[in-house]
Ligand binder design. Structure first.
Ligand SMILES: [Zn+2]
Length: 610
């Protein structure tokens, strides 16, 4: 935060504690989903675009004498100015199709009033739920939102990818009236996904009713350096929390669970207690899922011993030196069974409830996301029925298992942005009874992490049997192809579709194309000037320059860019079957834009990156 900032607004009381989901406190029959809310906001923004705030109504920047004469009023004026300017900038950005309107609204508002998040978030009558962790933030937030909506509450969220302070600022600003007061008097539960590194700042700024920590894995190396540095920030977060806050922690992640020992307030732990899921009981063992990011006892530095391990460092552990171990859990899944490829039946027990819930997503990691949401609902004293229906009716966010129909095939998006996430996706694909058609998209943009060395931690070796066809795309497609070659993939079966040709290839293609054009002109068949795919010799493979012996001598007609990659992958997937698209974060955005361009997916993707 800025130094030298004005004092906090007076309105600082803790959000009222209420039983949620009961008729008394949720009298509204109007259940508003995030999407509906987004439409309202879109309509508002459109209205604003039509009639920009007239100069006479614009709030002038308060002078210093105004500030001293009435501090509170000064805050209101500043907030008002920040909101109006932020929203105007956001609307302008949308109109110019620059994207990221919400984030721009936040950036502008914060520039004009650095304490805008604090000013607005203190108006939230029901307080805020913050969700952080390496993986699962979006899905966990989605589950929580679904449960609270089913309980009759209005839910506000920040969009995926806008999980820094400016994104949170934007999410609040677009829900604020020009007078600086939140819409609907702030009568909504807000759920904010928060970047791991931003968490200390977020809890110091936003009155936090519940803080959810999902897990801590090694993410993009060049972004935060080490798991340790995130852990340090989380420890600062715990120190900064009000004792009124309720912590919701994954008991099966030792690093996350240990945060509970540093907190004086209430902690709700969730975890899995099904020994069938132990890696030792699973068919394929060996080197799979060996990416262990943290297994050292934070109290004494001893190495944890596991009695059950579900994946990576997630499981039942204890320290043989000092006895520190997995805490008693409050919300547990005692049985996890695959109903079908993408549905899991879990038996959940809490101190007061027990029952079966169907999680409409694949993978153990999604069981954890559901448990985190159930734990949050329990902490808020939401009734059991909306808890079940919220989970079961949940519609996955884009990239989290969502389906799209393309040319008679089903495409399913499974975001994989770090080795643990990637291994879990591969493991999920293994549960598919058929061999899978897969399109990997590996990008190295800033939001993905520039360092892609983590692909060497992915256990492709164990997953090879499960692939029917493999197509590789993205800015680092060649590196992934090399990785797959080392894993034992026959490069002749691989279609590699990098974003752009290597320079030498570009030259060669230009030469070939102009040669063909000349030859066609000579043959006087110029009614068909553009090269079609049939005219180009088919090429099924290419790979990085690091292993020149496998580059075909005269490769041409290669596949470049996401659109062609998608076409090739679809083409290779028989009609009626499923193509699994496994992208990194910006790869997902590209795929989404491409599907949107083809009119295959609703235009609800507001943000363009963190
Ligand atoms: Zn220890």
């Amino acid at each position: 935060m800025q130094e030298n900032r004005p004092s906090r607004p007076e309105n600082k009381e803790t959000p009222p504690k209420r039983r949620m989901g009961s008729k008394k406190v949720a009298p509204t029959t109007e259940i508003v989903t995030d999407e509906a809310e987004a439409e309202i906001i879109q309509a508002d923004i459109a209205a604003e675009e039509l009639s920009p705030v007239p100069a006479s109504e614009q709030t002038p920047m308060p002078t210093s004498s105004e500030k001293t004469s009435s501090k509170q009023n000064g805050h209101g004026l500043r907030a008002s100015l920040a909101v109006v300017s932020g929203r105007t900038a956001g609307a302008l950005s949308r109109r110019l199709h620059l994207g990221g309107g919400t984030s721009i609204a936040g950036v502008v508002a914060q520039r004009l009033y650095p304490d805008i998040v604090e000013h607005l978030s203190t108006q939230l009558q029901q307080g805020s739920i913050l969700v952080t962790g390496t993986n699962g933030k979006t899905t966990t937030s989605g589950f929580i939102a679904a449960i609270l909506s089913d309980a009759g509450l209005r839910v506000w969220r920040n969009r995926e990818g806008s999980n820094l302070m400016r994104g949170i600022a934007g999410a609040l600003v677009i829900r604020t009236q020009p007078n600086g007061r939140l819409r609907r008097s702030g009568q909504a539960v807000s759920i904010f996904e928060v970047d791991e590194a931003v968490m200390p700042q977020a809890v110091r700024t936003i009155p936090t009713r519940i803080a959810v920590f999902t897990n801590l894995f090694r993410d993009q190396l060049d972004r935060y350096g080490e798991v340790d540095s995130v852990l340090k920030r989380w420890e600062q977060t715990i120190k900064a929390l009000s004792p009124e806050t309720i912590l919701v922690l994954n008991a099966d992640d030792p690093t996350v669970a240990a945060l509970g020992t540093q907190f004086t307030g209430r902690v709700v732990y969730f975890g899995i207690e099904d020994s069938e899921l132990d890696l030792a009981n699973q068919e394929e063992t060996g080197e799979r899922h060996q990416v262990v990011d943290s297994h050292i006892c934070p109290r004494c530095g001893g190495e944890y011993t596991y009695t059950l391990r579900f994946y990576s460092h997630i499981g039942h552990y204890h320290c043989p030196q000092c006895g520190m171990g997995r805490p008693q859990v409050d919300i547990r899944a005692t049985k996890v069974e695959n109903e079908s490829f993408d549905r899991q039946r879990i038996h959940v027990e809490t101190s007061t409830q027990a029952g079966e819930i169907t999680v409409p997503l694949p993978g153990i990691y999604n069981v954890y996301n559901a448990l985190a949401a159930i734990a949050t609902a329990q902490a808020l004293e939401v009734n059991w029925e909306p808890t079940i229906s919220g989970i079961e009716q949940f519609k996955p966010a884009f990239g989290r298992g969502e389906r799209v129909q393309i040319a008679g095939r089903t495409a399913r998006m499974l975001l994989a942005k770090n080795p643990t996430g990637f291994n879990e996706v591969l493991r999920t694909l293994q549960t598919n009874s058929n061999k899978s058609h897969v399109l990997f998209v590996l990008n190295d943009n800033i939001a993905d992490g520039k360092d892609i060395s983590w692909i060497w931690d992915i256990d492709f070796e164990q997953a090879l049997e499960g692939f029917a066809t493999l197509t590789v795309a993205g800015t680092r497609a060649r590196d992934l192809a090399l990785r797959l070659k080392y894993a034992g993939v026959d490069v002749h079966t691989l279609v590699v579709a990098p974003s752009t040709p290597l320079r030498a290839e570009k030259r060669e293609e230009r030469t070939q194309a102009s040669a063909r054009r000349r030859s066609r002109q000579r043959n006087n068949s110029s009614n068909h000037l553009e090269l079609t795919e049939e005219e180009l010799p088919p090429v099924e493979h290419e790979t990085t320059g690091a292993i020149p012996q496998v580059i075909p001598p005269r490769a041409a007609g290669k596949t470049y860019g996401i659109a062609q990659a998608l076409d090739r992958a679809i083409e290779r997937t028989p009609e009626g079957e499923t193509l699994f698209i496994v992208p990194t974060y910006t790869g997902l955005l590209e795929i989404h834009r491409e599907l949107e361009r083809r009119g295959l997916t609703p235009h609800y993707w507001e943000e363009t990156g963190p």
